[in-house]
Each structure stands twice: as C-alpha cells, then as structure tokens.
Design a protein around this ligand. Structure first.
Ligand code: SAH
Length: 225
C-alpha cells in the first residue's frame, strides 16, 4: 500500500487532495478536524475504478453494486454538521466504500456503520483494515433497525435517502445528540434534515437540497419481495 505521508505530501494524490480540501474550505466548511481527516485520507483507495483526478473531483462517483459515493463537499458538510467532539459515538447508515466512516474516525469519532450490501461491506472492511483505521465497526444489516445494542449515539449520519425520517433511528440519538439525513423520494426532491435531541425533545431543521441513492427496504423485506 502506498504511503500517504504524514503531511499529505505524496505527489499527484497529495496535490489533488490538498486542492479538494481547499475547495471544501472555500465553500464554507470550517471544522479543522474534518478538513484534516480529509487531507490525510487516500480517497483513491476507497473509490473503485477511479483515478486520482476522478477520486478527488468534487462530484459523486459510482462505487459498484449500483451505488454512488457523495461528492467530497457533501461528505465534509454532513460530517461538520454533527459538530463532533473527540471520542463521541457515531452511527452511519450506508457504509458504501467506508470513506465517510474513515472521515468520521479521522475526525475523532468512534464509528458504527451499517451496510445492506455484503459485497460493499466486505470491501469497505478490507480498505479500512489495509489503512489501519481503527475505531470503525462495520455490520451487514438493515439501517432502518439502527444498532440498538450500541445506542444511544451522539451522532447519526445517513448516506442513503429514506422516504421519511426513520423513527427507529431517531430513537437511538443520545440526549444532546445530532443527526443528519437526506430525506425524500427516490427520483424527487430530497432534503438534508438536521435533528437535535435536546432537553428530551427532537428539533428538526431543513437544510440543503441533495440527491442520494435510496435507502432500500431491509434485507428481510427484500427476501419477501
Ligand atoms: N457512505 C458511503 C456511500 C454510501 S452510498 C461512502 O462513504 O462510500 C449509500 C449506501 O447505502 C449504499 O452502499 C447502499 O447499499 C446502502 N444502503 C441502502 N439502503 C440501506 C439500508 N436500508 N441499510 C443499510 N444500508 C443501505
């Protein structure tokens, strides 16, 4: 495995990564822990079939199995929205390549991530292990269930779009917890919804318009189809 160097100074990939982070910063992301995590991570190793230019372009990219990884700016934006403090516990729905989970871990979180597709989950696990990224638990399962044995979570980040905010997930948010999820129809207007659990109440805010792959019905539901 290629070394990425301590300060990201590894030639072509390093230059592309620095340009990506500068663009994200110019677009308004200020959380230094998030920016530093993205400045360190070799995104090209997560994203299959990408070259350096496509891996670091500010655009979504196909990751196989009919799925896509979000553009780097949206990943940074959503991670920043969780306002993480080091050591906080985060649940991610939709592991995909494992890149978002690695950004969360790099920003100091402990991560539990659920992926419906076993091929993607296995590949993500391999990349995370190869990069010796610690503190990320990957499970094959249905994100609609969340991870009740490990709840509550300080942050919940959903990277596929459910038609409505899933109640079983919001129930797993700790007091003081933050959640962000793209919500809306498969081929229609989706919006990032931010939730805060404070003083025993959930408050929701509508945020950016987005386009995510759908959050599909669970494995059991799929088997019944
Ligand atoms: N966060 C990922 C990108 C995720 S793409 C990354 O950093 O690469 C959305 C992912 O959600 C896909 O991998 C898809 O298989 C998964 N997904 C869709 N419905 C799901 C569900 N109900 N439970 C868990 N994962 C789901």
């Amino acid at each position: 495995m290629k070394s990425t160097g301590e300060n990201g100074d590894d030639g072509k990939a390093g230059a592309a990564r620095r340009a990506m982070v500068e663009l994200i910063r110019r677009r308004g992301v200020r959380d230094e822990r998030v920016l530093a995590a993205m400045a360190r991570l070799p995104r090209e190793l997560f994203v299959p079939q990408a070259n350096i230019a496509t891996a670091y372009a500010d655009a979504p990219w196909p990751i196989g199995e009919g799925q896509t990884i979000s553009q780097p700016y949206i990943i940074a934006y959503m991670t920043e929205a969780l306002a993480l403090r080091p050591g906080e516990r985060v649940l991610e729905i939709g592991t995909g390549t494992g890149y978002q989970a690695a950004v969360l871990a790099g920003a100091g979180a402990r991560v539990w991530t659920i992926e419906r597709n076993p091929v993607l989950a296995a590949r993500a696990r391999r990349v995370l292990d190869a990069l010796k990224i610690e503190g990320v638990q990957v499970r094959v399962g249905d994100g609609y269930d969340g991870w009740p044995e490990e709840a509550p979570f300080d942050g919940i980040l959903v990277t596929c779009a459910p038609p409505e905010m899933p109640a079983r997930l919001t129930e797993q948010l700790a007091e003081g917890g933050r959640m962000i999820a793209p919500v809306g129809p498969v081929h229609g207007a989706q919006q990032l919804i931010r939730l805060r659990h404070a003083a025993g109440r959930l408050t929701a805010y509508e945020d950016l318009s987005v386009a995510f792959v759908p959050m599909l019905p669970g494995l059991a539901a799929a088997a019944r189809e």
